[in-house]
Design a protein around this ligand. Structure first.
Ligand code: MCA
Length: 507
């Protein structure tokens, strides 16, 4: 098996004139790969070696892709970070990953000073625009482009880490999921066959690129197949339909919120989407009502699949067989799936248990967290924390999570992180953060907060605190004050009770 760089190189050599159209900029595979080669050599000149971490916090842009592909060529590890992360969040990720290079833009370049003792291993901040930054050790992206593209070999071994994707922690610190070249390639190859990808396909790419969904399943999937890629910086439903019509796209990948928003478009039939063969949904549960409405309005059956940052894609509805509403489908070839009870015994069809998965797609563990890694596995089975059941045809239906997790617009939000932040306010006794159903986002984040006896709590102070410390998608959309949180006999906050109460109040 080749490594990721070798397979992409092969695809770029076979399809040199295939295009990536990024908003209005048109470039070829050839150009993409050669520019990445220049960056690879510039990184090498900076002393970056195989295995070093290169953190990337950029809005969706070509430079992000160049840096990431350069890392694959060099064997260094991409650490993609949400561009809306705040200074505190970035400080944690740079520190934890021990990144050697931080690639970012003018807005965030000041987040990390390589001279600071907080980041002893950070050597350079690379700024893709030098507009409002004053730190001397910042290097411009354009300077990197002055390097020659040399044809060199790609040293990464199968088992070497290609990416660290941070997933927030249910308790405490975020964990970096380490995905090897083999993990990623195994999954890409399985999906290529399963979804019948080909170089005749044209992908419309509207997802963020700092996640497995947008970066691996969509971008890498398309690149390996030699597809033309129409990439948009932001999702907009009208723009999506316009792009499909104009470019004769055949594949779209989105989160349920995007499907919901496409259904809000007035008379979508006025657009020509006859070129489309595959509408894929993932990252959050697709409501049966959205699935059915999409069938009625668009005349297409969405293909829902299920994956995780730690594993890539595990389960998918079939391309040719029945796509069952409410089900994420059947195991992806090469992935084994079990549903087990609390004793680790397999349950019978119809019975709910925890979903465990095994296969070469399953990650190598959490970066420098051997205990967390050990807790997440039983032998080679990865315990997903998702609850579900199989029907008698083997289709998986997800019904909940054993972890305290909210999925808002396809983004995972861990209540613990927000609760701990709110509880830093001196006048607050405790906080419970929950997700309540939301038509657009699937679930929306709300906070229920208990003031200390006799203390006044200013809701604006909580809002400001969250604005200063948390990326936007994690911030509570509503905050409620309450005297006491409901608890069970063990003293644990009964979040189900809170969810029942606030699902109506918070509408
Ligand atoms: C943006 N905002 C959100 C979210 N996104 N609030 C809650 N949940 C969200 N997901 C807030 C912003 O903070 C801002 O708040 C306001 O909405 C407008 O921001 P904007 O960027 O314009 O939002 P949008 O364009 O409407 O974004 C919604 C979105 C986006 C398109 C659904 O969230 C998105 O692209 N989601 C996809 C995430 C994804 O790719 N997940 C894959 C991870 P304010 O106005 O207060 O500032 S999971 C994965 O990879 C696994 C492996 C898998 O299986 O796929």
């Amino acid at each position: 098996m080749m490594n990721l760089a070798e397979t992409i190189k092969q695809s770029c050599s076979q399809h040199p004139h295939k295009r990536l159209i990024f908003d209005d900029e048109v470039l070829t595979y050839d150009h993409l790969w050669n520019t990445a080669s220049k960056i690879r050599h510039a990184l090498e000149d900076l002393g970056v070696k195989a295995g070093d971490r290169v953190a990337i916090q950029l809005p969706k842009c070509l430079e992000f892709l160049y840096i990431h592909l350069a890392n694959l060529q060099l064997g260094s590890i991409s650490v993609p970070l949400n561009p809306t992360y705040t200074r505190d969040e970035i400080a944690y990720f740079l520190g934890d990953s021990r990144a050697k290079i931080f690639v970012t833009d003018g807005h965030h370049a000041g987040f990390a000073d390589p001279e600071s003792t907080a980041f002893p291993e950070l050597q350079k901040v690379i700024n893709i625009d030098l507009q409002d930054s004053s730190i001397d050790s910042i290097l411009s992206f354009n300077a990197l482009l002055q390097t020659q593209a040399l044809d060199k070999s790609y040293p990464a071994q199968q088992d070497d880490i290609a990416l660290i994707i941070y997933t927030s922690g249910t308790t405490g610190r975020s964990k970096g999921a380490m995905l090897s070249h083999q993990n990623i390639l195994t999954n890409l190859e399985a999906l290529h066959k399963l979804w019948n990808h080909s170089d005749q396909d044209i992908l419309l790419h509207v997802l963020p690129i700092f996640h497995v969904h947008g970066l691996l399943v969509a971008f890498h999937g398309a690149l390996n197949a030699g597809m033309d890629i129409i990439m948009r910086t932001k999702f907009d439903p009208i723009d999506t339909l316009n792009c499909i019509q104009k470019n004769r796209c055949s594949i779209f990948m989105g989160v349920p919120t995007m499907y919901h928003r496409l259904l809000q478009v007035d008379n979508p039939q006025k657009f020509d989407f006859s070129s489309m063969r595959l509408w894929i949904s993932g990252s959050a549960p697709l409501l049966t009502s959205t699935f059915e409405q999409f069938q009625q309005v668009f005349g297409h059956t969405v293909l829902e699949r299920y994956g995780m940052s730690e594993t890539g894609m595990n389960v998918s509805n079939p391309l040719y067989g029945v796509r069952k509403p409410g089900s994420v489908g059947l195991p992806v070839p090469g992935v084994s799936v079990r549903i087990v009870d609390s004793k680790g015994q397999d349950v019978i069809p119809g019975e709910v248990g925890e979903v465990w998965v095994k296969g070469n797609n399953v990650f190598k563990g959490y970066w420098e967290m051997p205990e967390k890694t050990a807790e997440s596995f039983v032998q080679e089975w990865f315990k997903t924390g998702d609850l579900g059941y199989h029907d008698t045809d083997g289709y998986l239906f997800l019904v909940g999570r054993s972890k305290d997790l909210i999925i808002s617009g396809g983004m995972n939000v861990y209540p613990k992180e927000i609760e701990a932040l709110i509880e830093t306010l001196e006048e607050i006794e405790e906080a419970a953060v929950i997700g309540v159903p939301d038509e657009d986002l699937g679930e929306k984040v709300i906070a229920v907060v208990v003031p200390k006896p006799g203390r006044q709590v200013n809701v604006n102070a909580i809002t400001t605190l969250c604005q200063n410390h948390l990326a936007g998608y994690k911030r509570p959309k509503a905050i409620y004050l309450i005297d006491k949180l409901p608890r069970n006999t063990m003293g644990k906050v009964t979040k189900n009770q809170l969810r029942d109460k606030y699902r109506i109040i918070a509408q």
